[in-house]
Design a protein around this ligand. Structure first.
Ligand code: GTP
Ligand code: IMP
Ligand code: MG
Length: 332
């Protein structure tokens, strides 16, 4: 089974949590990452430890899985080395030989750019690296001695493996093609691009799981419907802070239904993973059976299924990877 996980909103939907659950429950041979690069920030919590990951995929928690970074991802060798060390994953982390490498120059260019001022980039060098790749002036992973130990052919590995979990990064509304342009990231981040990032053809994907959070947040500048103040967000328990930048996230208390319909269509979503149901509705904390959810939250889930015509198969009810209701056997 080849499954792609993508964000359906502005990133930070809780991919970390869903991916680490799937990495254990589905036991994939390979967990591979697509998307932009270390601009992503994923919080992964397991066995009582909490990691903020930017470079590695989130599904690192199954020691049997090989961890791969696809050709489409821009790699920062320093961030990679730090995360491999921190997570104790040395020996099972691999980087495609064709990845664009982020150098100090790209990071400096990002931080000092007019674009950073205008749209609030993450200053991680991702935008300049992706731009250099398009300008055919970037250097590739295979040219860097410090990456030699990680280099592999990711497309060969993911096409050969039977069970693969593929993680996207960012979210649909940050796609350079379909998001709130120009307040977007430097690449398309929909499922088709994520598949290409790791070297899988469109006919080789079995499932696309689109993750949505029970309310909407966004980091950085740009249009954002029905925005509420930090005070209101705090009162509702929705206020969040960025994993990479530490910036307070902007909050909108409901889902943006039109955007989500478009996201489900263009991603070709076959399943929805809904996170933070417990944060949006009281009485659902750590619930692990669908029947035990409150009536109000079940109604909300039914509305999502009706609006998007996609089943909600995974439901997050708490921060731990195990705080999840998995309905895949019942509804697929
Ligand atoms: P991605 O960028 O999509 O990977 O999301 P993220 O990991 O950046 O989100 P964030 O950094 O905001 O971290 C999410 C936090 O919320 C982590 O501490 C998770 O453990 C936690 N979390 C994830 N899903 C749920 C959920 O369903 N309920 C609750 N209460 N917490 C959750
Ligand atoms: P860049 O990707 O660093 O160029 O930043 C462009 C925009 O995308 C900024 O508004 C960032 O805050 C946003 N962005 C990039 N990656 C993420 C992410 O993983 N989560 C949320 N926002 C992101
Ligand atoms: Mg994030």
């Amino acid at each position: 089974m080849k499954t792609i996980l993508v964000g359906g909103q502005f990133g930070d939907e809780g991919k970390g949590k869903v991916a680490s659950y799937l990495a254990i429950s589905d036991n994939p041979e390979v967990v591979a990452r697509g998307g932009v690069g270390p601009n992503a920030g994923h919080t992964v919590q397991f066995d009582g430890k909490k990691y903020g990951l930017r470079m590695l995929p989130c599904g690192i928690n199954n020691p049997k899985s090989k961890i791969m970074i696809g050709a489409g991802v821009a790699v920062d060798p320093e961030v990679l080395a730090r995360e491999v060390e921190l997570t104790g994953t040395k020996g099972r982390v691999f980087v495609d030989k064709r990845c664009t490498v982020i150098t100090k120059e790209y990071k400096e260019a990002d931080a000092g750019s007019a674009l950073c001022e205008k749209i609030g980039t993450t200053k991680t060098g991702c935008g300049p690296a992706i731009t250099a790749r398009a300008a055919r002036s970037a250097k590739l992973a295979q040219e860097f001695p410090e990456l030699k130990q990680f280099i592999t052919d990711v497309p060969a590995a993911v096409n050969k493996a039977k069970d693969v979990l593929i993680e996207g990064s960012q979210g649909f509304m940050l796609s350079v093609l379909y998001g709130t342009y120009p307040f977007v990231t430097s690449k398309d981040v929909s499922a088709s691009t994520i598949a290409a990032d790791v070297g899988l053809g469109p006919t080789n994907i079995d499932h696309v799981v689109m993750i949505i959070k029970a309310y909407t947040t966004r980091v950085g500048n740009g249009p954002f419907k029905d925005e509420i103040s930090v005070e209101e967000a705090k009162e509702l328990g929705f206020q969040e802070y960025g994993t990479v930048t530490g910036r307070p996230r902007r909050t909108s208390k409901d889902l943006h239904w039109d955007d989500l319909r478009l996201a489900a269509m263009i991603n070709g979503a076959t399943q929805i993973a809904l996170t933070k149901l417990d944060v949006r509705f009281a009485g659902n904390a750590s619930v692990r059976e669908y029947a035990k959810l409150t009536a109000e939250s079940k109604k909300f889930i039914e509305r999502i299924e009706k609006e998007l015509s996609v089943p909600v198969t995974l439901i997050g009810t708490g921060p731990d990877a195990k705080d999840i209701i998995d309905r895949r056997k019942e509804v697929l």
